[in-house]
Design a protein around this ligand. Structure first.
Ligand code: F6R
Length: 363
């Protein structure tokens, strides 16, 4: 049932405020002191956090790497399951391994989980299907409560994975003593505001329809971001290529001049994901490099960021101003909508893109 939407993907994008509200309720305990996570989750003795996943779930893991390091001060290893399992990763009894999978059946992620069993202190999973193999074979499974995701391109599962990973990072910060009670309470208040910000991002995202039509005419599109917005750039590029079949690449903004800038001319749209955070000015210097080569910059930022960027950008989308912790979750919305509207414009099969399966149970 598409609930009045043209595609499951549109429905699932639109559902995100209510999905995240539900997940927040599920993980909120009495009072505000800490996220209420299942028995057995404990980072007090964690030497390292090891994050493993595939595809979009891997990009969620890459965002979480920043959170665990910044909030909890724990060293993080983050890898794609199909690489991790074949490279004899160095593991230790104090490592907490976290496997992220919407379906809970992805063959490489499951094989990586089996590889670490008995070699690490704790095996957690972040899954949408609580009865899945990955959920059953982990010590503790944390459901993301996204509800069934039918569209092949992952949308609401990504943002719900991010929410649960943020809660885990906050818990880790509390367990390690790095996060004081006031800061933890402030982060939890920020998370409580997330469904409202997602709704605002959806409203403003309607303005992306025309911009997406321009992307739909492009042969190549670049996505740029820094810090936790770098994995979002990768996710934006993956979404666009998998459903619209337009060639897209995500890059860390600072890497542009180390090669990808050679691709830029007036025919290449460059989507820049840049909330007005501590890295904003650095990203803007990369935007200037793109504009100097006639690249068409589509800047996703808040009003202050757009004002600072000034004229010269091809398009700006005014996002709500959000706390740093929420930015990678809220900016997933325009990434999804750009891909969705570009695919609709191109007339591709949005929910069932060619060559792709919802659950990848072969290696
Ligand atoms: C992209 C997408 C895939 C999945 C990947 C992992 O939109 O959906 O990249 O994220 O195949 O799948 P799960 O999360 O089921 O392990």
């Amino acid at each position: 049932d598409k609930a009045g939407h043209r595609h499951f993907m549109a429905k699932e994008i639109a559902e995100q405020p209510s999905v995240l509200r539900g997940a927040l309720e599920f993980y909120s305990g009495p009072g505000d002191e800490a996220p209420c996570l299942p028995e057995g989750v404990d980072f007090a003795a964690a030497g390292r956090v090891v994050l493993v996943a595939c595809g979009t779930a891997y990009y969620a893991a890459q965002v979480a790497k920043y959170w665990f390091e910044q909030i909890a001060g724990i060293a993080v290893e983050c890898d794609i399951a199909s690489e991790f399992r074949y490279r004899n990763p160095v593991l230790g009894p104090r490592d907490v391994a976290i496997f992220i999978s919407q379906s809970g059946e992805t063959a490489d992620t499951l094989a990586a989980l089996r590889h670490v069993q008995g070699r690490v202190g704790q095996v957690l999973s972040v899954v949408n299907v609580p009865t899945s193999t990955i959920a059953r074979e982990s010590d503790v499974a944390l459901p993301i409560h996204a509800g069934p995701e039918i569209g092949v391109a992952s949308t609401k599962a990504f943002t719900a994975q991010l929410l649960v990973l943020a809660l885990l990072a906050l818990r880790a910060g509390r367990d390690t003593g790095r996060l004081d009670a006031d800061t933890l309470a402030a982060h939890l208040r920020d998370l409580a505001a997330l469904p409202g910000f997602m709704a605002q991002a959806l409203d403003r995202g309607e303005a992306l329809r025309d911009i997406a039509a321009e992307l739909g005419e492009a042969r190549d599109v670049l996505f740029l971001g820094r810090g936790p917005m770098y994995p979002l750039a990768l996710e934006g590029a993956l979404k666009l290529k998998e459903i619209s079949y337009i060639h897209a690449e995500g890059h860390a903004s600072g890497e542009l001049k180390h090669g990808p800038i050679a691709l830029i001319d007036q025919h290449v749209p460059v989507v820049v994901m840049a909330p007005r955070d501590a890295l904003f000015d650095k990203t803007m210097s990369n935007v200037a490099e793109v504009m100097a080569r006639q690249g068409q910059v589509i800047l996703l930022s808040d009003r202050a960021g757009l004002a600072e960027a000034g004229p010269g950008i091809a398009h700006g989308l005014a996002m709500p101003a959000v706390p740093d912790l929420l930015a990678p979750i809220v900016y997933a919305v325009p990434a999804q909508l750009l891909a969705y509207h570009a695919a609709v414009y191109r007339g591709t099969d949005v929910d069932q893109p060619r060559n792709l399966a919802k659950s990848v149970t072969v290696e």
